[in-house]
Design a protein around this ligand. Structure first.
Ligand code: GLN
Length: 549
């Protein structure tokens, strides 16, 4: 550990869902702009060992790291804001920590001692924070503690952070992100929930150094003063964080209230860079604000009984990836969620897809809405509408092509019908074993794998290189047995694993279709605001071209 290494803990008060993850990512971005090396850590207090078995429509997207670890969607925000590839040490759950401590106890790792939540769990937590900091050789470790003050689940993490503060009082800062409601009947912003949240934090032995006051409106001077007095904090340390149009404006907005100088003061640090702060970021933010062109893109899948809100959480990386590529092309893309089941019930309805400039079929699991998705892919292939298939989207494009071009009417994926006569998408032998044993956690092909691209292909042209590495999360693969016939019929596997056995990208040549490409991997996981993903950019370009033709 470096001397004077700093820790910032971000904790939520009042209620969940007010943007702790974005606040933490933005603080990280601001510190990077001041010349510091930052490592973000997400703490999820639940007992799941990782996010792999969690339902995305309930919990949000499962964000996969290069290593294959299945984590929380906030990790995606960190990677996007901070332009970093995060590691296993940067994510932890109570389940992960308890499992480790219990296994250590079973192996006599505590040499006969009584093993207890305090100090053994808290020590394990701190040792993981330190490991992550060392791993990144950072100056500042930014820890977001999931949940809200008052939860039972996150108390041990707060206790671990408190221990660090006692040991290193000048090197540890606490930030609480609260919410100031404006009740409709009163029409004015209320500070009391924030005061209560801070008192509750105080009862754990922690005094916040900074309060980030979220709300629909900016905080006025009077309320800042009120919070400052009641929470025993300087008014400058209360940061106003009103709702804004884009999460990417947040770092700039925080700086309006001079959050970086407050943080530097609290942690006894001196900024290393003075001019040029956040320059690239500001260019991106301006691009977004000024984008003039409009695209209409349909995302077709099995959406049903969930509202808009959960969908946008479940597909957050896809949504952001489209945004980045669009903004850099002076474009705003409007995404429409289309329920593929509708096309099963009412085949004529599919004609509505003509209205769109492009279609995305994102990843997914299971049978629901699948025939509607296959119909969608047939429609966009025949009508030359730009198509991007992500994981399940690619697999179903292979099924569609096999059925409708090769005439293999019974072609299917083993995920839906393992007895189909032509399993063009099949399970890998080692996965069969896992499923037989009821082993579902972390048993897919997970994480970054290299692929080799075919020269002259649409994919090669987009990436401008023949060697790529992309992240995976799936159980099934294109069955290599059928590849020669499928390619002969015109669907080209332009990306393959280095051994040539696993199909990574399927595409139609440019002279056949303006853009028809599917990936076995999830390119959206590596799209960044300042480095949009080449495949999404190629897709957006194709949509713009279609629109203007
Ligand atoms: N259900 C498919 C599989 O497991 C695709 C998974 C996905 O889209 N992430 O292979």
């Amino acid at each position: 550990m470096k001397k004077n290494h700093k820790y910032i803990f971000v904790i939520g008060g009042v209620m969940s869902g007010v943007g702790k993850g974005i606040a933490s990512s933005s603080i990280g971005k601001i510190l990077q702009a001041k010349g510091f090396k930052v490592n973000p850590i997400k703490v999820d207090p639940y007992l799941n060992v990782d996010a792999g078995t969690m339902n995305p429509t309930e919990h949000g997207e499962v964000f996969v790291l290069d290593s294959g670890l299945e984590t929380d969607q906030d990790m995606g925000n960190y990677e996007r804001f901070l332009e970093m590839d995060l590691k296993d040490d940067d994510y932890m759950t109570s389940g992960m920590i308890y499992r480790h401590v219990i296994e250590k106890e079973r192996n006599l790792g505590y040499k006969g001692k009584t093993v207890e939540a305090i100090p053994h769990i808290t020590e394990e937590i701190v040792s993981r924070w330190k490991k992550s900091a060392e791993h990144h050789n950072s100056d500042v470790t930014l820890v977001e503690i999931g949940g809200t003050i008052g939860d039972y689940q996150n108390i041990l993490f707060i206790e671990a952070a408190r221990n660090l503060k006692i040991k290193y009082p000048d090197d540890v800062a606490f930030i609480i992100v609260t919410y100031l409601p404006i009740p409709g009947s009163l029409g004015e912003m209320k500070t009391r929930p924030t005061q209560n949240a801070v008192r509750q934090l105080n009862s754990y032995g922690v005094q916040p150094d900074i309060i980030i006051a979220r709300g629909t409106e900016p905080l006025d001077a009077k309320r800042k003063e009120k919070i400052a007095i009641s929470c025993a904090i300087n008014p400058e340390n209360v940061i106003s964080a009103p709702d804004i149009e884009s999460i990417y404006d947040v770092p700039i907005n925080f700086e309006r209230d001079k959050i970086s100088s407050v943080i530097l003061k609290v942690l006894h640090m001196k900024g290393r860079v003075h001019n040029g702060d956040l320059d690239e970021w500001k260019t991106f933010v301006k691009k977004r604000a000024k984008a003039k062109k409009q695209l209409k893109i349909a995302v077709v899948g099995k959406y049903f009984d969930t509202g808009e809100y959960t969908l946008s959480d479940a597909y957050v990386s896809v949504i952001e990836a489209v945004k980045f590529s669009s903004y850099w092309k002076d474009t705003r893309s409007q995404l429409t969620w289309v329920n593929s089941k509708e096309y099963e019930k009412n085949p004529k309805k599919i004609e509505e897809l003509r209205e769109f400039d492009g279609i995305i079929v994102p990843g997914g699991f299971g049978e629901s809405g699948i025939e509607g998705v296959i119909k969608t892919i047939e429609f966009v292939r025949k009508n030359k509408i730009p198509f991007l298939g992500l994981c399940y989207g690619m697999q179903l494009a292979v099924v569609e092509y096999s059925r409708n071009v090769l005439g293999w009417k019974k072609a299917h994926t083993a995920e839906i019908n393992p007895k189909a006569s032509r399993l063009v998408i099949d399970i890998m032998p080692e996965q069969k074993e896992n499923l037989k044993n009821g082993n579902y956690g972390a048993t897919m092909r997970l994480g970054a794998y290299p692929a080799v691209l075919k020269k002259g292909s649409v994919a090669f042209e987009a990436y401008q290189t023949g060697k790529i590495s992309e992240r995976h999360r799936h159980r099934y693969e294109v069955n290599p047995e059928y590849v020669p016939d499928i390619e002969k019929a015109g669907l080209i596997f332009s990306g393959k694993s280095p051994s040539g056995k696993l199909m990574e990208i399927a595409e139609l040549p440019k002279d056949v279709h303006p853009f028809f490409l599917g990936t076995q991997f999830h390119p959206e996981l590596k799209a960044r605001p300042l480095h949009p993903h080449p495949l999404f950019t190629a897709f957006v370009s194709a949509c713009l071209k279609k629109q203007s033709s």
